[in-house]
Ligand binder design. Structure first.
Ligand code: BGC
Ligand code: NOJ
Length: 814
């Protein structure tokens, strides 16, 4: 069952009924001001940091779900009836409802009793504001007298405090209203220099800034008293809950259409120019007023929208493919690329599942996210790398997370996740391969953001490497620390107290429990580092790295191999995890996929065996589960993984982040059919037909799909902000289609399904447009290339020496 359709031409997903199984959301904004918006206009906005600079309120996990948003009401002043054209919050039986989620914008509208209303929501580039561009059309044969109300509820900035500290917050709310513009200035009188505003392009018939006045006692957003009465009464909020609402009265002749713009924004004044007149308590609005005036104009808004479209088209244009599979095409060309940018912008901070008040940017997460967006935004990737590296600790370990506003490591969670440092190598290497910008390695970067501690970035990578070499366990495998990629495999935690954090509770000294996954990651990352060192002429360094790689491979083969597959770990008692003798958790996906991905066991049959075991024990029609059998109860020595009911999350859920590791591993063995088959199983577009089972958005990946042990097998959860985005993008583009960035140039190494006749692609790489056409003439993966008509040796295409900006590549697969 579907709830909409893909409009590939317009690069939109069109939702055609509002009652989707879950709110299907989109993101507005791509620089500093952001918003979340659902298909019924739910969501909220913030400036840079979803916790510390929240502009509007949203009630997570409320009933009805998806509560709080950018709500418009239309009232027929003849009948007194009113409704919301976005369905929520009034939930009338609308005609012609649609929500078009596009790249950086959303258009929601419908028709009701002959009045059509559609709103385009977007954030212009380079501005800290959002535009709601509403078009109202009278489709009746009679004139219509209507009122339009637009409303938002302000959050008192710190979203965590806003939702908890009522004894203070109910007394501090302050607003100003001037020239019809509502200004939210809570705490502006003291240490904040920023305020929010809500403005309307038309002369208004009234406003409201007090939520109590707007809704009326004991009423909700579905039936605000002031809307029912048809008249806002210019309330000024003093404490309690400040909000913003505007009323516009319209007389519309038959077929007449009108446009109204609402602008919600954030502004920060220089501290010495906060007040006007100086010494007063009144906001200085001189700097912000011209900005507001500019965007209350429909032509300016249209131009800003066109610029936004161009921006996204430009980002997308770096890599476009045309394959025989429509789901591949629309994910690579549109939605997966878009989701990668969302993970870059927001890491794991704000979604329908991430409340925006918990995690900041994750060290391992953001480094992996780089794989999916570095080609679209190389300069921003460079900055991200430097920011991340500055939260590395002198030991080579890293803060697990950092706050986007301060860029400081998060002390609440600290470090000690022993995989973290290696992801920095992975991220930097991806950046180098894409850009060829070796200067980044010489950038001086601090440790723990401490002035004076700077070393070149290259040394950060060396310390990442050393971190593991200095922390090996009894089998010569890396100590796991608090956890590895699997945040929930907490082998030193031993928590028996409800509510304790599995990630920060450490009850053992950590000298025994080892991770075979980190071992595989180490081999992968240290090889990358050796390749980097070689290219810088640091051959002694490279030899040292490779020497450790060799030792690690030996340790894996000796102590990390179980006969049919790779072990997962050793616990604090030295017992095996992920071994045939285990009753539960007998085989895991992470070590088996990543060891093969890292090239371990390719020549001795181990890789083939490991992947066969994954296929046999872990693969399901909905994707590949984390482990089997699921843990049936809580095990003190395993931690959070066994806290989840079987089939959910890390306890044998289908963790979509790690599925592409298997895909890549399969391509390393040349198994194009198998790789693509796995890729397709979790591709959200390919699952669109089962939206009633999948339940999350069909245009973006979810972190998890419930595994076969769960009663809700096949149901997705935690969409949008997940490493799944980058890894699937990377797997399909660089490993299945085989358009792989390397240190030297573009490698063409497709491992595509045997039935595909071929594919074409257009890839902008280091400033050169590569037009690629691959044709299949046999069943294998051997590729013969001609570059601009001339056959070349091998399959590495070096950047043109003669300054050509366009290169054509033809490849024959046999
Ligand atoms: C989740 C993990 C997540 C972690 C972050 C756990 O509860 O299951 O997926 O990475 O929290 O702290
Ligand atoms: C989500 C976290 O963001 C990521 O860092 C982790 O690897 C996975 N969960 C698996 O636990």
């Amino acid at each position: 069952m579907k709830f909409g359709y893909f409009d590939d031409q317009d690069r939109e997903y069109v939702i055609t009924r509002p009652d989707t199984p879950l709110p299907w959301i989109n993101y507005l904004g791509c620089q500093e001001y952001f918003g979340i918006i659902s298909n019924t206009a739910g969501g909220y906005s913030f400036y840079r940091d979803a916790r510390l600079r929240r502009l509007t309120r949203y009630r997570y996990n409320n009933v009805p779900m998806d509560c709080g948003g950018r709500y418009i009401y239309i009232r027929d002043n003849h009948s007194g009836r009113f409704w919301s054209p976005s369905w929520q919050p009034t939930r009338h039986d609308l005609g012609d409802y649609s929500c078009r989620h596009g790249l950086g914008y959303t258009v929601i509208g419908s028709a009701y009793e002959g009045i059509e209303a559609r709103t385009r929501y977007f954030i212009p580039l380079d501005e800290n504001l959002e535009i709601w561009q509403l078009t109202v059309v009278n489709r009746r044969t009679e004139p219509a007298r209507i009122s339009v109300f637009a409303s938002i509820e302000f959050c008192l900035w710190d979203a965590q405090d806003d939702a908890t500290n009522f004894q203070r917050n109910l007394s501090i709310g302050q607003v100003e209203v001037e020239d019809g513009i509502i200004y939210h200035k809570t705490e502006y009188r003291e240490r904040r220099n920023h305020f929010a505003y809500f403005a309307c392009s038309e002369p208004t018939a009234g406003f409201e800034t007090s939520r109590d006045a707007f809704l009326g006692p004991y009423r909700g957003w579905e039936a605000p008293a002031a809307v029912a009465a048809g008249q806002l009464c210019n309330s000024i909020a003093h404490g309690w809950s400040p909000m913003g609402a505007h009323q516009v009265n319209l007389d519309l002749a038959p077929r007449e259409s009108r446009q109204i713009l609402f602008v919600l924004g954030y502004h920060e004044n220089p501290v010495e120019q906060k007040f006007d007149p100086p010494g007063s308590q009144t906001i200085n609005k001189k700097l912000v007023k011209p900005v507001i005036a500019r965007y209350l104009d429909a032509k300016t808004a249209d131009a800003a929208f066109a610029r936004l479209r161009e921006h996204w088209d430009k980002l997308r244009s770096t890599c476009q493919v045309e394959t025989p599979d429509i789901h591949t095409n629309r994910m690579v060309n549109i939605w997966n690329a878009y989701q990668c940018m969302a993970t870059f912008n927001l890491s794991r901070s704000a979604s329908f599942y991430e409340s925006g008040i918990g995690r900041g940017l994750g060290f391992r997460d953001s480094n992996q996210d780089l794989l999916g967006f570095v080609h679209m935004a190389p300069c921003r990737a460079r900055q991200r790398i430097l920011d991340l590296a500055a939260t590395q600790l002198p030991s080579g370990g890293a803060y697990h997370q950092y706050q986007p506003l301060t860029k400081r490591g998060n002390n609440d969670i600290g470090g000690g996740f022993n995989d973290d440092p290696h992801w920095l190598i992975v991220g930097v290497s991806a950046y180098l391969k894409e850009t060829g910008d070796w200067s980044v390695l010489d950038e001086p970067v601090r440790y723990d953001n401490r002035p004076g501690s700077e070393t070149p970035l290259y040394e950060h990578l060396q310390r990442s490497f050393r971190y593991t070499v200095e922390r090996l366990g009894p089998h010569g495998l890396p100590l796991i620390g608090r956890a590895d990629w699997n945040d929930c495999l907490n082998l030193n935690c031993f928590s028996d107290t409800p509510g304790q954090s599995f990630q920060t509770t450490t009850s053992k000294d950590g000298k025994v429990a080892e991770s075979v996954f980190i071992a595989g990651l180490f081999v992968f990352a240290a090889r990358e580092l050796a390749a980097i060192a070689c290219r810088r002429g640091l051959n002694a360094d490279a030899a040292r790295y490779l020497n450790e790689v060799q030792k690690m491979e030996q340790a894996i083969c000796q102590h990390g191999w179980d006969g049919e597959w790779f072990l997962r770990a050793y616990d604090n008692a030295g017992a095996k995890i992920g071994a045939k003798e285990c009753k539960e958790g007998r085989i895991f996906i992470e070590s088996n996929s990543f060891c093969v991905l890292a090239g371990i066991g390719l020549d001795d049959g181990r890789a083939e065996k490991a992947l066969a075991a994954v296929g046999k024990h872990l693969a399901t029609p909905h994707g590949i589960v984390v482990q089997q059998p699921a843990y049936s109860g809580y095990y003190l020595h395993l931690g959070e993984i066994s806290s989840y009911p079987p089939g959910y999350k890390e306890n044998a859920g289908i963790f979509c982040h790690v599925n592409p590791w298997v895909v890549i591993a399969e391509t390393r063995l040349g198994h194009g059919d198998q790789a693509f088959d796995y890729y397709r199983r979790i591709n959200p577009s390919a699952r669109e037909e089962i939206s009633d089972v999948h339940r999350c958005e069909p245009y973006v990946y979810a972190q998890m799909i419930a595994g076969k042990d769960a009663p809700t097998f096949g149901e997705a959860k935690n969409s949008w902000l997940t490493g799944t985005a980058a890894w699937n993008y990377y797997a399909i583009v660089q490993w299945i289609l085989g358009l792989r960035a390397t240190f030297e140039g573009l490698l063409i190494a497709p491992v595509i399904p045997s039935q595909w006749p071929g594919f074409t692609a257009r890839r902008i790489y280091r400033g050169v447009v590569y037009k690629i056409a691959i044709e299949r003439k046999g069943n294998g993966n051997r590729v013969a290339l001609a570059v601009d008509g001339a056959p070349i040796e091998g399959n590495l295409v070096l950047p043109p020496r003669d300054g050509r900006r366009e290169v054509s590549i033809r490849g024959i697969l046999s």
